[in-house]
Design a protein around this ligand. Structure first.
Ligand code: AP5
Length: 213
């Protein structure tokens, strides 16, 4: 099964995407994680991406398109969940072209949405494990031991772009560049729009049903 997730920052794409991909036995391809790994490894693409990411701007299309095509080509037989790509209409058109080139079909396109204040609260409180990358939230899913990951004991940190000023800019970029994907995708077979404002398990139950129907 191949799935696309899109929606505003903080809506839960990573949280729900990781759970769904793991349950379905498919690859969770999170563009933000791929970019952050490239920044950490100091690759040429990572060096190009860093300034854009720190400022909450989109990394140039040619950089992300090349990175994701490699992953799709490698995992096309295993199934994948694309989280955070595409993020504008130009990227969606590039994705259509690369899927056609590699003979891959998309089964589900899921749009997740929640009110803006929830998005801000979720992003401001997000904590991520330096060791395994698992996500927590100070209030909504706190770790058992403050500052440390329940899964691997790694140290938890706050992302550089989860500061209120950068969050505000990421939301602007979302409205200008990513929200138009809704009209690009909503007539396609397999499209579904989901209210992701509820509690995590409740959102997951509705998501799972939508994906399996
Ligand atoms: P990326 O890492 O993809 O960030 P994003 O899209 O802004 O999304 P987030 O990861 O912030 O949020 P999410 O929806 O995954 O929410 P999460 O599940 O973590 O991208 C970062 C940057 O990389 C971009 O700004 C850009 O610079 C660059 N980039 C990435 N892709 C690109 C592309 N295609 N083109 C160009 N540039 C690109 O949840 C958030 C928090 O809320 C967590 O703490 C979680 O525990 C909590 N939470 C989740 N669901 C719930 C719930 N139902 N109730 C309560 N809390 C919840």
């Amino acid at each position: 099964m191949n799935i696309i997730f899109f929606g505003p920052p903080g809506v839960g794409k990573g949280t729900q995407g990781e759970r769904l991909a793991s349950e379905k036995g498919i690859q969770h391809m999170a563009m933000g994680d791929i970019l952050r790994a490239a920044v950490r490894d100091g690759t040429e693409a990572g060096l190009k991406a860093k300034t854009f990411m720190d400022g909450g701007k989109l990394v140039p299309d040619e950089v992300v398109v090349a990175m994701i095509e490699d992953r799709i080509a490698a995992d096309k037989n295993a199934g994948f969940l694309l989280d955070g790509f595409p993020r504008n209409v130009a990227q969606a058109k590039s994705l259509d072209a690369m899927l056609a080139k590699h003979g891959v079909a998309i089964d589900r396109i899921v749009f997740l949405d929640a009110p803006e204040q929830s998005l801000i609260d979720r992003l401001c409180g997000r904590l991520i494990c330096r060791g395994c990358g698992f996500g927590f939230h100070r209030q909504y899913s706190p770790p058992q031991k403050s500052g440390y990951c329940d899964r691997c004991g790694g140290e938890l940190y706050q992302r550089d772009d989860d500061r209120e000023d950068v969050i505000a800019h990421r939301l602007e970029v979302y409205h200008e560049q990513t929200a138009p994907l809704l009209s690009y995708y909503q007539q396609r077979d397999g499209f579904t729009s989901l209210d992701a404002s509820g509690e995590m398990d409740a959102v997951y139950a509705v998501l799972k049903q939508a994906v399996e129907n």
